[in-house]
Structures are given as C-alpha cells and as structure tokens.
Design a protein around this ligand. Structure first.
Ligand SMILES: [Zn+2]
Length: 349
C-alpha cells in the first residue's frame, strides 16, 4: 500500500486516490484547486469503478468551506456525504425531483431536466456554487438531453454538472462534446485491498475478493460481504475440486442438479477458481492463494501446461453453452465434472 493511501481511515477512495487512475486526475485536482474547473464533466467507466464516489468527491471539493479542501469536517462536506446538501441536485431515473414526474420511471424525462434548469436559474442556498449530479445520464430521453444541452451551452456561473454513465455512447454526441471526459479504469490491486482492509475484511477473503473483482472496488466490496458467495465457493471447492472417481461425479451432479437457480454463479465460480490456478502458474498470483485446493490442483498450478488450462476453461464455456441450449443440468454437470476428474488425475502423485 502506498503512503498517501491513509490506511484505516477510509472505506472508499478519496479524491487524492483518483490520481492512481492516471494523469488526467492529477490535472483535475489542480484545476479544482486553481478554481479553473469547467462547468460539465462526464464521468464514465464500468460498474464499481467509483463514478459516484468521484462525483461526490468533486462536489465536496467545490462546496467545502474548510481550509484544506475537501476537509471532510465542515457542514458542507458532511452534508454532501450524507446526500442532503441543499446546493447539490441529484437526478436519477425513478426518483424524480420534479413532483409532476412519475416515480419509478426507467428513464429521465424532459420535465425532470426542465426542473433542473429552473433550479439552476435560482440563487444558491449557501455559497454561490451548485452541483448537479445526473446518475445514469444515458437514461435521459433524447428530448431531455436536448433540454440539458441548452443549459450546457449557456452555463450558469458557479453551476457544475457531473454526468455519470456506464454507457456514454448512448448520449448525444453534442452532450458528450460539451463535457470534460473523466473515464475510470480498473483499480490497482493495492487500492482495492486497502479499501477492503479498511472495512475489516480478513486477508485471505480480501485477496480472493480482489481476484474476482476485475479491478472494480464496488464488486470487491460486494463479494467480500456476501456470505452466500463464500458458502457456495466452499461447496464448490469441496465438491467440484475434490472429485476423485466416477461415483463422485454421480454423487456431486446429483447433489447440484437441484441448485439450477445458482447454475450461472456456479459456472462463474468454477471458472474463477480454475483461472486462479492459471494465474499462479503464470506467476501473477501468489501460490499461497491456492493453499486451500486439493494437492493435485496445487501441483497443476506449479507445473501445468497451457494446453491443459485452456482445455479446462473451454470445458466451462462449453457447459455454459449446453446450459443455454436446454441440455439437462445434471448432464452438463457430469460432462464438466468428468473433464475435471480426468485433469486432476493427471496431477495426482
Ligand atoms: Zn469541508
């Protein structure tokens, strides 16, 4: 963990941490500090990469009344964190700020944006600055986007729009071109581990959550706290990876044939767990992470050839296809288990 990460004092990234996402964020912080920020940002990136956190951090920075912004302690900082700062307008599908817009809509209709435009034309409550956060901005109807465009073309002094989207390609190009792009990428391992540790997640679990997170802090946090997930992983290890004989194949496929509702997750688990063996083999993950696997698999993680790994991963893909094609779930399981048994026996000593 790097020095500036402040271990133990945060459970989500703070503005400074975003510098780890690339030079554009160091530039962002400098422009915020210099007061030369633009009036619209488009924050994009995959689920769990911190888009909403970044928006909240920018809002805190711009509204903070403390000495070293964002101080985290002044009323503005506290209110932004709590989601009740009077000069932060939060727009999202289904939870309208305009009382005449129906609740629960999947889109953001034009009347909602008209309301935003009306509000941003009024005086602010506190310090002259106002932040409009539009979550899932791609859910704005074309009409709504056009209404927003007019506002972006004639910005109100002190108002900053933060558009958040994981599908920015669905926005009008005219909207995109009026915004400064802030794209978020998968996070480095040490940042994710730092967040998990700060939340009190035990080391072994944190490393495994990191492994399945794909660089998403949100996914890592979700997995780390999902007891069903950990129980299922234990079951998969105990059943699928301990397989020794054809009678085991029958026993395990019979036991799992009624858990069809978890079948997609099960195949994801098997794939993740095989992939971890491969990453250890490639030297990209610590061998300690596969200590819980039966010996034959640990042996494969030391000596396995790429061809065998790729055949195993293919077997999982094939199981997915068979499942989609309505092949009996038990038959899908048997085929996969037989392939795993065959591979495992190659590495048993
Ligand atoms: Zn503050």
């Amino acid at each position: 963990m790097s020095q500036e990460m402040n271990p133990g004092t945060y459970t989500a990234p703070v503005l400074k941490d975003f510098e780890r996402q690339g030079a554009v964020y160091a530039g962002l912080i400098r422009t915020l500090e210099g007061g030369s920020f633009v009036h619209a940002y488009l924050i994009s990136g995959a689920a769990g990469t911190g888009k909403r956190t970044l928006a909240a951090e920018i809002a805190r920075f711009l509204l903070c009344t403390g000495e070293k912004r964002p101080c985290g302690a002044c009323p503005a900082c506290v209110q932004v964190r709590a989601g009740n700062h009077p000069d932060v307008i939060l727009v999202q599908p289904g939870v309208p700020i305009n009382p005449s817009v129906d609740k629960g809509l999947k889109s953001i209709p034009v009347d909602e944006i008209r309301m935003v435009n009306e509000l941003t034309g009024q005086h602010t409550f506190v310090g002259g600055r106002r932040i409009v956060i539009i979550q899932r901005a791609e859910k704005m109807t074309p009409q709504a986007q056009n209404a927003l465009l007019k506002t972006l073309e004639e910005p109100v002094d002190g108002t900053v729009f933060l558009l958040i989207s994981d599908a920015p390609e669905l926005l009008l190009t005219t909207i995109v071109s009026r915004c400064r792009a802030l794209k978020l990428h998968p996070w480095p391992d040490d940042v994710i581990l730092g967040v998990l540790r700060a939340r009190g997640v035990a080391d072994e679990r944190a490393h495994e959550a990191l492994h399945v997170s794909g660089g998403s802090i949100g996914r890592a946090v979700e997995v780390a706290g999902d007891e069903n997930y950990w129980q299922r992983r234990q079951d998969v290890m105990k059943d699928f990876f301990a397989i020794e004989s054809r009678s085991d194949v029958l026993k395990v496929s019979t036991a799992w044939k009624d858990r069809k509702e978890a079948s997609a997750e099960l195949l994801d688990d098997v794939e993740d767990m095989l992939r971890l063996l491969l990453l250890v083999r490639l030297g990209r993950r610590d061998a300690a992470l596969v200590q819980g696997y039966p010996e034959a698999w640990r042996h494969m993680a030391q000596k396995g050839d790429m061809e065998s790994f790729s055949q195993l991963l293919d077997a999982v893909s094939q199981a997915r296809r068979m499942r989609m094609n309505q092949v009996t779930w038990q038959a899908v399981l048997e085929k996969l288990l037989l392939r795993m048994m065959e591979e495992k026996s190659k590495w048993s000593t």
